[in-house]
Design a protein around this ligand. Sequence first.
Ligand code: GRF
Length: 198
Amino acid sequence: MSHKRVAILISGGGSNMVSLVDSMTGDHPARPCLVLSNDPQAGGLKKAAARGIPTAVVDHRPFAGDRAAFEAELLKPLLAAEPDIVCLAGFMRVLTADFVSRFQGRMLNIHPSLLPKYKGLHTHARALEAGDKEHGCTVHEVTAALDDGPILGQARVPVEPGDTPETLAARVLEWEHKLYPAVLRRFALGNTEPVLLP
Ligand code: GRF
């Protein structure tokens, strides 16, 4: 059986990318084929290169808000890598419906909340603000609507007394690193039964 090819898009440190890459070994049905960033300074690029994975950068800044032009450039290395699956992992650019439609049903994203709660940014602060006792992360199929789409996995995390957005984010991130690889393995086998952790 040939492996499914997985492209991973990042914008920063790439800790989720590293977890995904390090999970794709042995009898895992997928292998990473590209790590692509919109930020030339993204720390994850070095981590990917150190693991022998092809990397590419398309800096979004020269496009100054011309989303379609940026995405036309982003597509070049991405399509050249011929991915079967695209994983957004700490990727911080909103993608247009046109871009997403090219990967309909085979693009995943991880979002640091228990969707549909807290779409968008500052999720940990919002959960604390709301006095939630539970928080977490979600992996979902990417559709045209932001942080929406069929849920493929969730990890629930307790909010502890005295938590700050930083301490809560760190606790959630640990579970992101467990959830995303578990979802990708199942998804690569064609199984969309949600992964629910712990
Ligand atoms: C993570 O909290 C992820 O949920 C969000 O970006 C943060 C950093 O991700 N999308 P990474 O360390 O760059 O993978």
